[in-house]
Design a protein around this ligand. Structure first.
Ligand SMILES: *[C@@H]1O[C@H](CO)[C@@H](O)[C@H](O)[C@H]1NC(C)=O
Ligand SMILES: *[C@@H]1O[C@H](CO)[C@@H](O)[C@H](O)[C@H]1NC(C)=O
Ligand SMILES: *[C@@H]1O[C@H](CO)[C@@H](O)[C@H](O)[C@H]1NC(C)=O
Ligand SMILES: *[C@@H]1O[C@H](CO)[C@@H](O)[C@H](O)[C@H]1NC(C)=O
Ligand SMILES: *[C@@H]1O[C@H](CO)[C@@H](O)[C@H](O)[C@H]1NC(C)=O
Ligand SMILES: *[C@@H]1O[C@H](CO)[C@@H](O)[C@H](O)[C@H]1NC(C)=O
Ligand SMILES: *[C@@H]1O[C@H](CO)[C@@H](O)[C@H](O)[C@H]1NC(C)=O
Ligand SMILES: *[C@@H]1O[C@H](CO)[C@@H](O)[C@H](O)[C@H]1NC(C)=O
Length: 463
């Protein structure tokens, strides 16, 4: 029945418009996005934390904080997609149950965060499907996708450890996002004509390698990264600076720098470029970088993050005037896990079972690290000789060139290594450059696999 009425109403409207051409009806019938063409279409945000575990508290804290910024900027929950493993708030190690903070003086950033994709649903396939707006490619989760159109603006923020050419995902099993797949997805999204501009902020070690030599300048995508393609990124508010009951870091340097800046300023009055400069200045321990369509530099933050009033943010961060204060950084991303297990061991009571448990954990983490490092070194030695090996594995390609030419080769290398020698895990992702350089030197995955099978059976762990 209802279907019959619609055409009737449409015809009536058409008659009306024809009768009063030039009248207010034309304005009324024009699509909303057309009227606001110079302002914005719909703003979308995709926020993702690539880790799990209490030692990685900071990544999910960053993402929750980013959600609060978008929310205060006026983005609606239906347009914000959050990926987080969600094992922090209720973690038995959390000194403030049910609460997550991202600043020593900050209040809860966990409240209200949508649970779109949690646990094992935080994966590469879902993330790329959400970006593309393809709900038939999803597994699990809320089903929310970036169902955007040509006038829309999209903000993407990723926080984790990462490694050269890869972004980690919380599930260890060979699950990580390779830079070429991410950039291909962005190109696909552009070809589909489903955004006006897209901004991508990345917190990760060697995060410049995600876009270096890969991200075209002509697909209206602008990216900033916590570091260049070679250097690590840094944590923030670690034990010592965090409240005494915390044995884990609360945030990451680049991330808190952009977020506390967004909290403290009028987003309609600050360009992407100005924020980049401020973040670069504050997160000075790693070279913060820009990639892609730099013409977007002139856009105001409000185009992507909404137009919030800084007065509304005082509850999130205790000290909003400190945005140019240099943070005292504690540790590099990649050492934060080790620091956590060290503090956990140190703090546990002498003579209790938890002490020996914590000791075992710490020893296991250290053993895995040295095992991965040794194995990669042995493989390099067997492929290139003990003299040449380390040099070849550590080669850094000139600026403007991607990490590797053959990404499928890199994937096979990493896969082959993990089959023979065990998972790289979060720490081991630092070695993806070594595998990329093997590919660049013309080594095939089969030759590496043979070397790995030899190296990893002779170098059994020492514990
Ligand atoms: C922000 O603050 C203004 C003025 O105090 C208030 O009117 C507005 O509702 C607040 N907006 C949000 C999203 O809290
Ligand atoms: C955390 O605990 C609260 C209270 O028991 C519960 O409502 C919530 O669902 C739990 N969240 C998760 C992610 O387990
Ligand atoms: C969406 O994903 C499905 C399943 O992976 C795929 O078959 C389909 O081609 C995708 N659609 C688009 C528009 O990319
Ligand atoms: C996207 O939005 C259109 C209307 O704007 C709607 O018809 C469609 O079902 C939406 N798709 C998804 C995957 O939400
Ligand atoms: C972007 O520029 C490259 C190189 O000039 C060109 O091959 C490509 O087709 C362009 N892409 C788009 C989407 O315009
Ligand atoms: C916008 O920025 C200018 C220059 O920094 C400043 O003088 C002005 O007060 C700002 N306006 C608002 C609304 O924040
Ligand atoms: C950014 O906002 C300022 C102040 O509101 C305005 O003067 C300027 O034109 C805006 N810039 C752009 C690119 O929209
Ligand atoms: C927290 O608040 C105290 C007291 O106001 C201040 O000294 C300190 O700098 C603040 N810390 C941060 C990280 O904002």
């Amino acid at each position: 029945m209802a279907r019959l009425y619609l055409p009737v109403i449409a015809v009536q409207l058409l008659l009306l418009v024809a009768g009063v051409a030039g009248g207010p009806w034309q304005e009324f019938l024009r699509p909303q996005s057309d009227k606001e063409k110079d302002v914005v279409g719909t703003r979308w945000a995709v926020l993702i934390a690539g880790s799990k575990g209490f030692e990685n508290y900071r990544h999910q804290a960053d993402v929750c904080h980013a959600y609060q910024i978008m929310k205060k900027g006026g983005l609606r929950d239906e347009n914000i997609v959050v990926f987080m493993y969600d094992d922090i708030a209720n973690n038995s190690a959390n000194p403030r149950p049910g609460v997550i903070i991202n600043n020593p003086n900050g209040s809860d950033v966990y409240a209200g965060v949508p649970k779109d994709y949690t646990g094992k649903d935080v994966d590469v396939k879902n993330f790329l499907a959400v970006l593309l707006g393809n709900n038939s490619a999803l597994t699990g989760g809320s089903g929310k996708v970036v169902n955007s159109s040509q006038d829309d603006h999209i903000f993407v923020y990723y926080s984790d450890d990462g490694g050269p050419g890869v972004l980690g995902m919380p599930i260890d099993e060979d699950e990580r996002l390779y830079a070429n797949d991410l950039v291909t997805t962005l190109e696909k999204k552009h070809a589909a004509g489903t955004y006006k501009s897209l901004v991508f902020y990345v917190e990760a070690a060697e995060s410049g390698s995600i876009f270096e030599g890969l991200l075209p300048a002509n697909i209206s995508v602008y990216a900033t990264t916590a570091s260049n393609a070679v250097m690590g990124s840094w944590t923030a508010y670690c034990p010592g600076e965090a409240p005494p009951e915390f044995t884990t870091c609360l945030g990451d340097l680049y991330s808190v720098a952009w977020m506390e800046d967004s909290d403290a300023h009028s987003l309609g009055n600050e360009s992407l470029e100005l924020q980049y400069e401020k973040v670069k200045n504050r997160a000075h321990l790693s070279p913060v970088m820009q990639y892609g369509d730099l013409a977007l530099n002139a856009q105001n933050l409000s185009v992507f993050m909404g137009s919030s009033n800084p007065a509304n943010h005082s509850a999130t961060v205790g000290d909003t005037d400190n945005s140019l204060r240099q943070l005292s950084p504690a540790v590099k991303q990649r050492d934060a896990g080790l620091l956590y297990f060290w503090h956990k061991y140190r703090k546990s009571s002498e003579g209790m079972p938890e002490k020996s448990e914590a000791r075992k954990e710490l020893m296991e983490v250290m053993a895995h690290r040295s095992q991965v490092d040794n194995n990669v070194e042995l493989i390099g030695g067997s492929l290139f000789g003990t003299e040449e090996g380390p040099q070849v594995l550590n080669v850094v390609r000139p600026t403007g060139q991607p990490l590797v030419d053959d990404w499928d080769c890199l994937k096979s290398m990493v896969h082959g290594f993990e089959e023979q020698c065990g998972l790289l895990r979060q720490y081991g992702m630092k070695h993806t450059r070594a595998f990329a350089n093997m590919c660049n030197a013309g080594i095939g995955a089969e030759a590496m696999r043979k070397a790995a099978s030899k190296a990893c059976t002779t170098a059994t762990p020492a514990f």
